[in-house]
Design a protein around this ligand. Sequence first.
Ligand SMILES: Cc1ncc(COP(=O)(O)O)c(C=O)c1O
Length: 461
Amino acid sequence: MSVVARNVTVCPDVQVQQPLAVLGRDVEVPLVNGEKVTYAALDYAASAPALQRVWDDVAAYAPYYGSVHRGAGYLSQLSTDLFEQSRAAVADFLDLREDDQVVFTRATTDSLNLLAAALPSGTRVFAFETEHHASLLPWPGRGLEVAYLRAPRSVSEAVAALDAALSTAGEGPKLVCVTGASNVTGEIWPVAELAAVAHGRGARIVLDAAQLAPHHRVSVRELDVDWVAFSGHKLYAPFGAGVLAGRADWLDAAEPYLAGGGASRTVARQIDGSVAVEWHQGPARHEAGSPNVIGAYAIASACRALTEAGFDALQAREQQLIERLRAGLAEVPEVRVLTLFGEDHPRVGVLSFVVQGWNSSHFAAALSAEYGIGVRDGLFCAHPLVRTLLGGEEAAPSECGAPEPSLPGERSLNAIRVSFGAGTPDEHVDRFLAAVRELVAGGSAWSYRTEGGRCVPDTRR
Ligand SMILES: Cc1ncc(COP(=O)(O)O)c(C=O)c1O
């Protein structure tokens, strides 16, 4: 991949052998017993490793780095071109409508907060309580009315619940916020159906695609959503940028998300000592300050790489891993996989579970310290959902070292999540399954204690 800006090819061609290879494949990590193993990265849902292709593209551009929209020099102009080309690449990736716009943000959380700040006053917002906190929390406290819908147990229940809520919502602007794929269960939400319901009831809809976009093609046109948000670091492009894309009208009518240079077209001192500002329309209105061109370019590079690899092929590969994982976990009766819509519901490569008799933090810590496997434990910034799935309202932290309340038949207080995607070899899933079997059968080989809120091996002996 070479960089073409100002109509010249300025960066060397990068030859990429495996377009979806990721960095960190050969990283060795220490085990608590002093040995070393190759790290098995199974926490893609938190932050995915960088694609080699993204890394190479960024490295090829780095010497040409310059300011964006604020420099007369050649590299500034080149970087400005590259930034705007990156916007166009994201628009292609998301299959945006002609008048839609792409705003570069810091990540999904930032994107949804931007949208929340731009909603017309009095907008009524509807979100399922199953959302990630990034989709649950930006709305209250801004003069918006927020309705949280109870966790549905099937697709049809979700669609009916939204329809019922919107049917009594009355006139005025309304926004529905929905996730594309759950960061807890990996289950895919019926986005197109919910969008049809929303539009049928005069509401707009924003798609939180943080977990969907890395795994599935997201066509704004086909899903018919009004906005979509996602994060570069979950899309194999960990350079601090994210995206909010979609309809321009509400964004153009809103106060700039950040006030400052880049968002302002003209600033004039007034006779009374104040300043009069004319703000830009379009993406620049909400991108005040020097833009993160490397972050934007990295996202564009990942978008191209995923598109070229083809989501059909990616999904087919990921589905094999999901089946392998599910079949392996099904052989361990102590494991309970968390699901909202049923275990056979379509999902991306994200799966959470609890192990009878185990504190999940202890289990995850043992996977890391004794096997070199990186997963996540906790409530995954989706507290209401995980508590619903675990069957309780309250979750109190407990000491990880002490095998905790979940005696046979009792519920766990948090869960373990395993997640993967491009570049994950079968071997990582197999190693994970072997470790689960061994831990469940024989317990952890080490003792653990809680330190700074984390479960860690007790090496004080
Ligand atoms: C479904 C979902 N939405 C939003 C977010 C927030 O993403 P970020 O932390 O990149 O802002 C996450 C992060 O895990 C997520 O899984």
